[in-house]
Ligand binder design. Structure first.
Ligand code: SAM
Length: 221
């Protein structure tokens, strides 16, 4: 009986022209290959430390990372940081005035800390620590040692300002992955410029994976 009702509800649902708005479509900013790389990288880190995602959007990648952490033998705390209202005025002005960008950067404004948290909870993730903050203004000492960070805020200013702080908190053997480091010019090439600048200042060899992810590894010794 229960199955028959379920089938009837599903039948009506798929008949409705509105169903495309409710279908469980997985929307990712990352490709499956990139997600796989992120999880493998996280898996290889042996030292203790937190997992941090800066620039989380609606939470698609956060869910994948958290579901992976659940299955790991050593438990890690997960921290999420985002304005939950897209790019800051200051960061946008820098792109426009100093990097010649003509976009208005009014994206990612339809998110909220509450909706992000509820999305995680709907996936059974109840122990994430979520901060609504400009990444440049956040006090990273509250997190302590970081084992892995996915840094995905797209623009130059926040990436350049926060990378040195993250690197200081990174444990030996830890990894930071900076998204949007592709060589091609785009409205989001600021993150890549900040990544390259950081590598050159530190004397690190650039490591770009899948033409997009900029990797920073802290040596063990
Ligand atoms: C590309 S989305 C992140 C996508 C997410 N990592 C994923 O894979 O699903 C970029 C995010 O960075 C956030 N962001 C942009 N500038 C920021 C800043 N200065 N501080 C904190 N978050 C910022 C935006 O609100 C947006 O949610």
């Amino acid at each position: 009986m229960k199955n028959k009702i379920l089938r009837l509800v599903k039948y009506l649902f798929f008949k409705s022209p509105l169903n495309k708005y409710f279908l469980p479509v997985m929307k990712f900013d990352m490709s499956i290959a990139q997600l796989n790389f992120i999880l493998n990288t996280l898996d290889e880190i042996k030292m203790d430390g937190a997992v941090v995602e800066i620039g989380v959007g609606g939470g698609a990648t956060s869910i994948v990372i958290n579901k992976f952490i659940e299955k790991m033998s050593s438990k890690r705390r997960f921290y999420a940081i985002d304005t939950f209202f897209g790019f800051t005025k200051e960061d946008i002005l820098y792109e426009q005035n100093n990097r010649g960008k003509i976009d208005n950067y009014l994206y990612y404004r339809s998110n909220s800390k509450e909706w992000y948290s509820k999305t995680l909870i709907a996936h059974g993730i109840n122990d994430a620590t979520v901060y609504k903050s400009d990444a440049k203004e956040f006090d990273y000492s509250v997190i302590g040692e970081i084992a892995f960070c996915l840094f995905d805020v797209d623009l130059f200013m926040p990436t350049a300002a926060v990378l040195p702080i993250l690197y200081e908190l990174l444990v030996p053997g830890g990894v930071i992955i900076v998204d949007d480091c592709q060589a091609e010019s785009s409205i989001y090439d600021g993150a890549g410029e900040a990544y390259r600048l950081f590598c050159s200042k530190k004397g690190f060899k650039e490591e770009i994976v899948f033409d997009k992810l900029g990797i920073i590894r802290k040596p063990l010794f």
